[in-house]
Write a new protein. Structure first.
Length: 148
């Protein structure tokens, strides 16, 4: 639940629309607040990887890692609903660094990995569904396209 609250905070205060950019800004802010020393090791259109060099939980049992993963899942549900997260490596399991992976979910009408539709109205609708444009922007652009 705390991840959802932080996601809502990020959505209302960070200057980005729902999606990958807002997710990146949210993770950067969260790590700064928690004083986690980390960096992005990969940024691709459908996959983000966060390497953690120093973690306040590195000497703990695996439980805090599960809680942190659940926290970021809550954040994703708000700031980038078509993204999910999981650990590939954990310091609590003996790894030198943690690797937290954020990946895009396929399906559910949010197949942003697919090519944009050839039909301008369909492409516009897809941008709206993905959260790239607001309802007002969608309506304004739709009206322009329908004036043809």
């Amino acid at each position: 639940m705390q991840g959802v609250a932080f996601g809502e905070y990020c959505l209302s205060t960070l200057n980005a629309k729902r999606g990958m950019d807002l997710l990146i800004k949210s993770v950067d802010l969260g790590d700064k607040i928690w004083e986690v020393k980390s960096e992005w090791s990969k940024k691709a259109p459908n996959r983000l990887e966060r390497e953690v060099r120093e973690c306040p939980f590195s000497g703990a049992t695996i439980s805090p890692c599960d809680q942190v993963e659940a926290y970021w899942k809550g954040v994703c549900s708000v700031v980038a609903p078509n993204w999910e997260t999981s650990y590939e490596r954990r310091m609590t399991q003996g790894a030198e660094r943690c690797k937290l992976v954020f990946s895009q979910i396929k399906g559910e009408g949010l197949d942003v990995g697919l090519e944009e539709p050839a039909d301008p109205l369909a492409a516009l609708k897809l941008r709206f569904v993905k959260g790239e444009i607001s309802k007002d922007e969608y309506r304004e652009m739709r009206d322009v396209l329908l004036e043809k």
